[in-house]
Design a protein around this ligand. Structure first.
Ligand SMILES: CC(=O)[C@@H](O)[C@H](O)COP(=O)(O)O
Ligand SMILES: NCC(=O)COP(=O)(O)O
Length: 239
């Protein structure tokens, strides 16, 4: 079974645009769970342009499905937030400060000692650790050598080339996913997944543990409604 974790960053973006509390991210998270989402993902960034650190503390009190915090552990503030809130999973993402969104996976060879230390620290606190990587077998193997529990495949390239040639677009992801299975890593995937491209990814890599989806899902909900949208994404994963 591949679980759907809804990334609610975009809800916080909308809220922050007016400075008030509409929409309320806690209510939306609870509604996502009520509508069938099997997890909630947040990706606080140092500038708190969407999810704020306080949101993470508040969500921790209420979320009853899998809680996944993504972010760059380069700042001690992020590490301390994760250790204080004890999510089910932390996903380490090497996002640059000035990037509009995540735009690359880790070089798990170059950053091996740093990642190994971080993984140990989180695992000591009983938090599952997933490492965000490009669809590259060497990077997947590197994540295993760092002691990670899972990798999250960065699916932007798959989404970008899906309409051009989906077989070709998915191939490196299948290879990376096979490598993850071979080295005993759990498997997540995310970034730019949508109702267009999700089913084929699931059919190609049926053993994915989890997908985290935000941008397209929240955009779809404007037209289709949140409950209906979550059900539609779940159907794409139910093979
Ligand atoms: C790691 C990843 O791919 C997502 O977390 C994505 O970066 C969403 O973050 P934004 O909502 O800031 O674009
Ligand atoms: N880890 C990926 C994620 O949480 C959501 O990415 P996107 O669907 O907003 O591109």
């Amino acid at each position: 079974m591949t679980r759907l974790s809804v990334n609610i960053n975009k809800i916080a973006t909308l809220r922050n645009s007016r400075g008030g509390d509409n929409p309320n991210v806690l209510k939306v998270a609870l509604d996502c769970e009520r509508f069938g989402a099997q997890g909630i993902t947040v990706h606080p960034r140092p500038d708190e342009r969407h999810i704020r650190y306080q949101d993470v503390y508040d969500l921790r009190e209420l979320v009853t499905t899998e809680f996944n915090i993504e972010g760059n552990p380069s700042e001690r503030k992020f590490i301390d937030l994760v250790l204080a809130t004890q999510p089910d999973q932390v996903t380490l993402v090497p996002d640059a400060l000035n990037a509009i969104t995540s735009n690359a996976g880790w070089d798990t060879v170059k950053h091996r000692s740093e990642l190994t230390e971080l993984v140990q620290e989180f695992k000591k606190a009983a938090i599952r650790v997933s490492v965000f990587v490009d669809a590259d077998e060497e990077m997947v193997e590197g994540a295993a050598l760092c002691g990670a529990d899972r990798v999250e495949l960065y699916t932007e390239a798959y989404a970008e080339y899906y309409f051009e040639n989906r077989q070709k677009a998915v191939l490196p992801f299948v290879k990376a996913a096979e490598k993850a299975r071979e080295v005993g890593l759990g498997l997540n995937a995310g970034h730019d997944l949508s109702l267009d491209n999700l089913r084929f990814l699931k059919q190609s890599i049926p053993w994915m543990d989890e997908v985290s989806i935000g941008h397209a899902l929240i955009a779809d909900a404007l037209y289709l409604g949140l409950e209906n949208t979550i059900q539609m994404y779940l159907r794409e994963l139910a093979l």
